[in-house]
Write a protein that binds this ligand. Sequence first.
Ligand SMILES: Nc1ncnc2c1ncn2[C@@H]1O[C@H](COP(=O)(O)OP(=O)(O)O)[C@@H](O)[C@H]1O
Ligand SMILES: O=c1ccn([C@@H]2O[C@H](COP(=O)(O)OP(=O)(O)O)[C@@H](O)[C@H]2O)c(=O)[nH]1
Length: 236
Amino acid sequence: MPAYKRILLKLSGEALMGDDAYGINRATIVRMVKEVQEVTEMGCEVAVVIGGGNIFRGVAGGSVGMDRATADYMGMLATVMNSLALADTMRQEGMTARVMSAISIEQVVEPYVRPKALQYLEEGKVVIFAAGTGNPFFTTDTAAALRGAEIGAQVVLKATKVDGVYTADPKKDPSATRYSQISFDEAISKNLQVLDATAFALCRDQKLPIKVFSIFKPGALKRVVQGEDEGTLVHV
Ligand SMILES: Nc1ncnc2c1ncn2[C@@H]1O[C@H](COP(=O)(O)OP(=O)(O)O)[C@@H](O)[C@H]1O
Ligand SMILES: O=c1ccn([C@@H]2O[C@H](COP(=O)(O)OP(=O)(O)O)[C@@H](O)[C@H]2O)c(=O)[nH]1
């Protein structure tokens, strides 16, 4: 029995590169899809938000003099590409996935319509939310928090490059240690960078717990969904 009936899974776009320098690494995306398949087979309803950092990030465009909003729209389009790749890989693995976009590009993907997303989830289909929130100056973490709240997910699962929330950024401070759980208030008071501030505030207000775990660790998603001790739970 899964510990969660419905989850919102945020997959890092950057992690899709695997060991490549850019784009989507085939073996990496297949592995991610197989992990998602395992949890759908347990009867867990899965919605996914995928980032775009493997292709384009708005801040990168902004830093070289591009108009930030334009760069962010490019970033959103990058998430659409990743979403299409993810849905197609799911199809190849025998799953049914539907991509819904926050910006209208109807020839490519259907628009996000909340009742329809809920229907797909009830039917056991994986729903992939593309184009983030549809607004510049936001991130896909915020899209994950927003859609997670909208669909009534019991938890936002952030599958990322680190295996949890640490006392300090583990990439900069090797002596940092991992929390197995931490409250929203404590994470805020210690200024721990887990999700961006907007996403974090939304989850806290909606009392939507967040689980941070490694996207690279085999079987981690399954263990999280089974309610086992994996990664870090950020709770109310
Ligand atoms: N206290 C902390 N605990 C864990 N990770 C942290 C912390 N502070 C900063 N980080 C950094 O946050 C990064 C993950 O967040 P993020 O850039 O949003 O990744 P993505 O959106 O690609 O999943 C990690 O690579 C880690 O270096
Ligand atoms: O609601 C959103 C979501 C994403 N983006 C843009 O899309 C890019 C890719 O998303 P993100 O950086 O969150 O991806 P990840 O870190 O997961 O690779 C961001 O840098 C933003 O430029 C945006 O403008 N609004």
